[in-house]
Design a protein around this ligand. Structure first.
Ligand SMILES: CC(C)(COP(=O)(O)OP(=O)(O)OC[C@H]1O[C@@H](n2cnc3c(N)ncnc32)[C@H](O)[C@@H]1OP(=O)(O)O)[C@@H](O)C(=O)NCCC(=O)NCCS
Length: 237
């Protein structure tokens, strides 16, 4: 179980071999299978089954129960949590990669596949606040895409940690400069009084990720503590 200002971030490919697919499918609830079957296209269906099945495996290992016995419920804004158990976690997926952060306090995670984002400036205009827009405009051209991805992943990780949706995107302001350590500049979502720390890293080549943890201490990524499991790898932060 993660303790203190530590969180474990597990990552795994969203593509499965057939034997794993069946095992993960068997661990899903009827509601989750119904949700999977609503995807008409095979790839997103498989990605949902993998992410949810891996989530069940990982949480089951912390809780000492079987994956099928993990009781997941959704908060009003859609954030999955454990019923009756205080083990905060959060899930993100992009491209072929899934990430699951587990901590002893509120945690949010976001991963994005590296790609060109031709409308980055438009997304900044739409989703970022005035200070962030100004900072984005001042970044050298070659740092605008990394700055956008830094801002996007950090803001999503923060919003996902508190479980709120996009409606509060303007209430969190982060440092977009990828040359500096990630930092929360302001987070004034009405319910927030805690302090938040951010960590950013590349879990595998071609992806960037951010984790937001409710704590005072600076987050330090410690890849020397990486361990593997059937579900992927674990990284302590
Ligand atoms: C879930 C949400 C918070 C993020 O979605 P996303 O970036 O498309 O997807 P991610 O892969 O990072 O996260 C999806 C997972 O987050 C979890 N999740 C769903 N709702 C959540 C919420 N309100 N809070 C936290 N986590 C949530 C779920 O586990 C979900 O995976 P699942 O559907 O397989 O169970 C989405 O509802 C949202 O508001 N997106 C906003 C996107 C945006 O415009 N961001 C601007 C940032 S600057």
């Amino acid at each position: 179980m993660p303790g203190g200002a530590e969180c474990h971030v597990w990552y795994f490919p969203l593509t499965l071999v057939a034997s794993e697919r069946e095992e993960l499918w068997q661990s899903l609830t009827p509601d989750e299978r119904e949700r999977a079957n609503r995807y008409k296209v095979a790839r997103p269906r498989e990605q949902f089954v993998t992410a949810r099945g891996r989530l069940r495996q990982i949480l089951a290992a912390y809780l000492g129960v079987s994956p099928a016995a993990v009781e997941l419920v959704s908060e009003p804004d859609g954030k999955p949590i454990l019923r009756g158990v205080n083990l905060p976690f959060n899930v993100s997926h992009s491209g072929d990669l899934g990430l699951i952060a587990v901590a002893d306090r509120r945690v949010g995670v976001d991963v994005e596949q590296l790609r060109d984002v031709p409308n980055a400036a438009g997304l900044v205009e739409r989703f970022f606040g005035p200070e962030e827009r100004e900072q984005f405009a001042r970044l050298p051209a070659e740092l605008q895409l990394p700055g956008f991805l830094r801002g996007w992943t950090c803001k999503e990780a923060l919003l996902k940690a508190v479980g709120t949706g996009i409606q509060n995107v303007n209430k969190c302001v982060v440092d977009l400069d990828p040359r500096r350590a990630p930092a929360v500049i302001r987070f004034d979502h009405a319910a927030e009084i805690g302090r938040w720390q951010l960590g950013t890293w590349s879990p595998v080549v071609g992806y960037v990720a951010a984790v937001a943890l409710e704590c005072d201490d600076e987050l330090r990524l410690d890849s020397s503590r990486e361990t593997t499991s059937p579900a992927g790898s674990r990284r302590a932060t």
